[in-house]
Design a protein around this ligand. Structure first.
Ligand code: NAP
Length: 363
């Protein structure tokens, strides 16, 4: 435990222990979840890589986003260790939110698996040691929660050739998240740990301010559109749903109290998101730029060299016309009296924010 403020001095002296553990607290989703949890009276253990150097920035972020900094306890995070590198006891932990993960494209299989599969299993096994644990909640992804993908992945934990095929077909990020989903749920059953997997679509900025800390995926297409560098629309009929980070954080925070059963999952996405072509047309109007007239089928783009298309091949599988069963998340939202924000207004605020920081180039 690192002593970073007066409350933590007091907490250390009184041996007060945190009740909630959030890994990945420094990521986009964690930065909205942690302030919210502290506002609701939770004392949150925030393990970070290099915590000593980063605690001050994190305290300032939490204060700036309405959180209670006196309810943060910092520690180190090392997902390659069975104890995750923690020096703080997990004796008082009731809820674990495991958000740490490598969310990026172009990784090697080993890079993706070591964090997203092996690191996640370590986090679950550590959670299982907390005597007061109520629930382990992790984040999957809306594409990886597809029952067909999960069925196909069912065999990969024991069959090396099947695993190689899955990673080749989906790319390292998505395959590692599919494998993580299957492996975590199997291990949770073995350890009798209640588990929930929340599967969000593309997470966009705060519905009120548009603010985000992440600039990959859909952001890159919007950046290219803004700069007149988007050569063509790929699969304009694709449904690439979005969800605002604040709405997602509110749903996540409600999972441990309201999850119904030992193993639950939730598809969290805004069904009112316009289809890809309409979404880009809407954004283009906001930006005052033209949408490319040329449309290309995904298959053709996948077959062309990357140098020509400038499209990350791993992102093409997101350009799908599939729809998703959001009934579980909708029921949870009703229990929490949560109303989804207006999609187009949220998109506009996010786009304005992206422009104001030059798509992540300006802080
Ligand atoms: N954002 C989305 O659109 C989206 C959609 C679906 C699913 N998800 C999933 O949601 C989870 C959280 O995503 P996010 O959007 O918050 O991602 P993010 O902004 O990229 O943050 C990733 C977090 O994981 C931590 N992390 C990464 N590798 C680590 C490692 N080897 N050891 C310890 N910590 C590590 C990062 O810590 P550092 O600050 O130290 O790097 C950071 O706190 C991920 O599992 C992601 O796959 C995200």
């Amino acid at each position: 435990m690192y002593i970073c403020n007066e409350y933590q001095k007091k907490a250390a002296n009184m041996s007060a222990s945190p009740d909630t553990l959030v890994t990945g607290a420094s990521g986009l989703i964690g930065r909205w979840l942690v302030p919210l949890l502290t506002r609701r009276g939770h004392t949150v253990l925030v393990p970070l890589r290099g915590a000593r150097a980063r605690a001050a920035e994190y305290l300032a972020w939490t204060a700036g986003h309405g959180g209670d900094t006196e309810r943060l306890v910092f520690d180190e995070l090392d997902l390659s260790r069975d104890d995750l590198g923690l020096t703080t006891s997990v004796a008082g932990i009731r809820d674990v939110f495991h958000l740490a993960g490598r969310y990026q494209f172009g990784m090697s299989v080993e890079e993706a698996r070591s964090t997203n599969v092996e690191g996640s299993l370590r986090a679950l096994r550590l959670a299982a040691q907390a005597p007061q644990l109520r629930r382990f909640t992790s984040i999957g992804g809306y594409r990886v929660a597809d029952p067909r993908a999960l069925r196909a992945a069912g065999e990969i934990t024991s069959d090396e050739a099947a695993r190689r095929r899955l990673y080749k077909r989906l790319g390292a990020y998505e395959a590692s998240k599919v494998e993580e989903n299957v492996a975590l749920r199997a291990e949770a059953r073995r350890l009798a740990v209640p588990i929930s997997v929340v599967n969000p679509s593309t997470v966009i900025g705060d519905s009120g301010t548009g603010e985000t800390t992440q600039f990959i995926g859909l952001t890159e297409a919007i950046r290219d559109l803004a700069k007149g560098a988007l050569p063509a629309l790929v699969e304009p009929m694709a449904f690439v749903p979005v969800v605002t980070v604040d709405y997602l954080a509110q749903l996540l925070a409600g999972v441990p109290e309201h999850a119904d059963g030992p193993e639950t999952s939730y598809w969290v996405l805004d069904e009112k998101t316009p289809l890809m072509g309409d979404l880009l047309r809407h954004v283009a109007r906001r930006l005052g730029v033209k949408v490319p007239r040329l449309t290309l089928p995904v298959r053709l783009v996948a077959a062309l060299p990357r140098a020509l298309t400038r499209v990350e091949p791993e992102t093409l599988s997101f350009l799908s016309t599939d729809t998703y069963d959001t009934a579980g998340a909708d029921a949870l939202a009703r229990k929490l009296s949560l109303t989804a924000p207006d999609t187009l207004r949220a998109l506009d605020r996010w786009v304005d924010f992206l422009v104001s920081v030059d798509f992540g180039r300006r802080g």
